[in-house]
Design a binder for this molecule. Structure first.
Ligand code: FNR
Ligand code: LAC
Length: 348
């Protein structure tokens, strides 16, 4: 293939590069993968309503999220086991995030230690799976704070791991030299690592983290207006409307279809972010029009990492930023903040 020009090109290249077990883990979803497919398909059900004859010279793609200005309204979602995709791993992703001026969310299941990721100099949030071991949770949050992570992402859609049949079919395992840094152990499968995660986390814990962590708490995995409302009530600084990329409960709706009710429930009190199936800058722009402050993506950056390491992630970020820049201009917007629900309409 010639130089990849979009995320789909990177996906094809990643599939050729990765071994079948790793590919199945990264690409796959839960159950029948209804939600996995739905997340991507749903973006096409929204169409644009562009305004013309607007001076768009000098238009910007920057947004502010929890007080930090980002170069584009797209963050890098937490992804476990990045050194399995490429030896550059989380450090490579972090350098690409730094150069694009965006936030990298570092997974609890990072295969590079938190201080080493921090040393690459990107903006960074730490994603916590709350372990049964309270001491370990405290130590991880302390490390995150000490190493300049500016947000604590609590992923709330995974009290247990979803049922991923691709991993069963491939007999997916992780090689012993791929170490989950927070656990100090190599060769753990996602299921084995999840045996240590608490299935008993509740709103009470959210409040506790919001008070004690010394970092703004971002709740990732909100899917209803009811929970969006509770998130605000319990001290969340932001929410991410997310179904974990279709990897947890299969059969839930696409995230873009959940966004309006969550935005309405939050009523401007905290920023609403979204992820799931974003493969184009136009998807990001649709999300912002419907009320998201910014979006996150996971697999597009995994495809970049697997194909070209740090350079691949950097290129995917550049491609998506350019798609966002051009779409904004063609909609008649000089900044992401100008996007309104009037800029989109349902196709049907
Ligand atoms: C994830 N995701 C995830 N989320 C999280 O909070 N902690 C994690 O460790 C991981 N790990 C992880 C691994 C892999 C391989 C994937 C694909 C995803 C979920 C991720 O952050 C995000 O919510 C969705 O993947 C977004 O959907 P897209 O962009 O992948 O379609
Ligand atoms: C996953 C976990 C680790 O989705 O979040 O595989």
């Amino acid at each position: 293939m010639r130089t990849p020009v979009n995320v789909a090109d990177y996906e094809r290249l990643a599939k050729e590069t990765l071994d079948p077990g790793a590919w199945g883990y990264y690409a796959g979803g839960a159950g029948d993968e209804l939600t996995l497919r739905e997340n991507e398909a749903a973006w096409a059900r929204w169409c644009f309503r562009p305004r013309v004859l607007v001076d768009v010279a000098g238009a910007a793609t920057t947004v502010t999220v929890l007080g930090q200005e980002l170069g584009l309204p797209l963050l890098i979602a937490p992804v476990a086991f990045q050194r399995m995709a490429h030896e550059d791993g989380e450090a490579g992703t972090a350098r690409a995030a730094r150069d694009a001026g965006t936030i990298m969310c570092v997974s609890t299941m990072t295969t590079t230690p938190l201080d080493e990721v921090a040393a690459q100099g990107s903006l960074r949030w730490f994603q916590l799976y709350v372990f049964r071991d309270e001491g370990l949770n405290r130590s991880l949050v302390d490390q995150a704070r000490e190493h300049g992570y500016t947000g604590l992402v609590l992923t709330v859609d995974a009290p247990v791991l979803g049922l991923r049949e691709r991993d069963l079919r491939t007999g997916f395992t992780i090689s012993p030299d791929i170490t989950v840094a927070s656990l100090g152990r190599g060769g753990l499968t996602p299921l084995e690592a999840f045996a240590m995660v608490s299935p008993s986390v509740t709103w009470h814990d959210v409040e506790r983290f919001a008070i004690e962590a010394g970092l703004p708490v971002v709740l990732k995995g909100i899917q209803t207006a009811e929970d969006a409302f509770l998130a605000v009530e319990h001290g969340a600084a932001a929410i991410v409307v997310s179904n974990h990329g279709g990897r947890q409960l299969d059969g839930v709706r696409a995230t873009i279809d959940l966004l309006p009710e969550c935005v309405e429930a939050v009523d401007g009190r905290i920023p609403v972010l979204i992820d799931g199936g974003i493969r184009r800058g136009t998807d990001v722009v649709k999300a912002l029009a419907l009320g998201a402050r910014a979006a996150l993506a996971a697999r597009p950056f995994v495809w970049g990492l697997a194909t070209g390491g740090e350079a691949g992630v950097r290129h995917v970020l550049e491609l998506l930023r350019e798609e966002i820049r051009v779409s904004l201009a063609l909609l008649g917007c000089t900044s992401p903040e100008q996007l309104r629900p009037e800029h989109v309409a349902r196709r049907d």
